[in-house]
Design a binder for this molecule. Sequence first.
Ligand SMILES: [Zn+2]
Ligand SMILES: [Zn+2]
Length: 357
Amino acid sequence: MRSRQRMFAAVMRLLLKCLRLGPRGRGGAGQLWHYGHLCLRSLLYNSFTNGDVVLDSLFEPVYWLVDHITRWFGVVFVALVIGLTSSVVAIVYICLLPLILQTYTPAWICWHLAYGHWNLIMIVFHYYMAITTSPGHPPQAKNDLTGVSICRKCIAPKPARTHHCSICNRCVLKMDHHCQTAWLNNCVGHYNHRYFFSFCLFMTMGCIYCSISGWEMFRDAYAAIETYYQTPPPTFSFRQRAFHKSVVYLWVLCSSVALALGALTLWHAALITRGETSIERHINRKERQRLQKKGKVFRNPYSYSSWDNWKVFLGVDVPRHWLTRVLLPSPHLPHGTGLTWDLPPCVTEQHAPLLAI
Ligand SMILES: [Zn+2]
Ligand SMILES: [Zn+2]
């Protein structure tokens, strides 16, 4: 009996030894084991442990998963956007363009070639700029900025219109939103807001263009696909079948993106007209309601006239900028540093709002 007990104790000791020693030499897994062990001990031996601490600790793996997996989502979606856009461009060149060249008049051919290529250049330029341009961050060091609050997470000065992005884990100047899962895998803020909006706009225009230009071809291809299952089956070659399917894919993808992205673009256009970012819309609405109850009127200090808001957003200081900065790819910087909000040079004095709310 005693020898059995001794053997059992020896086995348990060995097991405990393995558990203690094993994870140390295994890098990531070892760290995870150590972390879990610490977490459990802090829960059991901590006199401050309460329901919140236990819940937070239980959700810790979920936070970790969300944080790590959504980072990859962004990369996957960027690859998806590039892949889908490239496939559409390839189908346009292989299927749509030869037909345009064969059947259209020279004037229409010129228009299609000029418009299609201009639209494509604008999409590629603005997408590249939107994903590679930093939205801008406030300086972390001590500075002379006035009228700033303190970010509780960065423990650093937070200028007006700046917000803390929990995904970037940094404060972002004139933050609009963090565009992670859908298109950019980047934060949209002061320095890349124009690129983001222009990309949405030109992508919508490109999809509408493809949907309208390819409508006739889509109808024919769709009708041809419907005959595939007739008896006797039609004698389409592999090339013809691939052509039909590509045209249907092009039209369905372009018209769906045109609808979804068109709605998003209109929404952002409405915000730009009002001189607000997506975040400020919620803040201003609350402030408007709060002041309304007191019988006061809220005025957005960063909004000028609708027309001036667009000029400030697009960086149009003189009329020729409509051509050079809006209709052509332009890497010009937005007005100001995003730290202070002085009156932009293109805004006429009478449209300037009162800076007091
Ligand atoms: Zn912050
Ligand atoms: Zn962000």
